[in-house]
Design a protein around this ligand. Sequence first.
Ligand SMILES: *[C@@H]1O[C@H](CO)[C@@H](O)[C@H](O)[C@H]1NC(C)=O
Length: 303
Amino acid sequence: GHLFQLESHKFERGRGRCPFDPSSSFTSILIGGELFTGLYSDYWGRDAALFRTMNRMVHLRTEPDNERLLKEPKFIGSYMIPDNEDHDDNKVYFFFTEKALEAETSTHAIYTRVGRVCANDMGGQRVLVNKWTTFLKTRLVCSVPGRNGIDTHFDELEDVFLLQTRDNKNPVIFGLFNTTSNIFRGYAICVYHMASVRAAFNGPYAHKEGPEYHWALYERKVPYPRPGSCASKVNGGLYTTTKDYPDEAVHFARSHPLMYQPIKPVHKRPILVKTDGKYNLKQIAVDRVEAEDGQYDVLFIGT
Ligand SMILES: *[C@@H]1O[C@H](CO)[C@@H](O)[C@H](O)[C@H]1NC(C)=O
């Protein structure tokens, strides 16, 4: 859905800009002349990555063959959401599903994720050259609390909608989810505030000591600058590019892309659940309207 000008008489590569197979999942956002995409870039549909391609900045991508970063993702959406007035602190958020390595089953369960990068990431100098050094992700939970503590999860994100508010740093996020279970079928809509998104990314990292260990809470010292933070003035201005980040911080980011805490929806439950099985719900849009007795969010849910 994006148009951009290509120079004539110049050889242009499509890799990283459009999916090899148009039927595979794809997301893109154009920010200040830079194209951010999530796509499968090869014929075999194995090389899934988040890219930044265009003219001005260096081309970046997720490190290939690192399943900790992305495992068979389905890309749903991408948005730039600023954290503050400092443009160097701008972050791009990717919504996708993937096979969750931390789910302790032989066939990995599907989870919905929010991943994010700094828009001004320049990659590393010695490690992660031309790769994201600021990528982090966490689970986006949409579940109905059950008796005896067992929740019903809606793990398959179908669509996401950002409702802009007067404050561009704090849009309201609406997610339309499907279940992945073959026993229980249904859809749910969950709402998230940016405060919970930021809290998860500012929280503890998940850690895996070795192949025989479970993913657990990382409790030791976190390197500086904190992995996932941008080279910006608000972060102390000590670093003006991620290329100057100490190797230790870049190594840590590479091995700890997953946050320990998931993002929970407003009121810790969906605002709508549909289990009648009549429709295959695929898209959502939201309009906030003023009525005589207050404000309403009108949901448009498409098949
Ligand atoms: C939701 O999940 C069910 C079961 O896996 C599947 O049959 C259905 O196509 C899914 N709906 C959409 C909109 O993809």
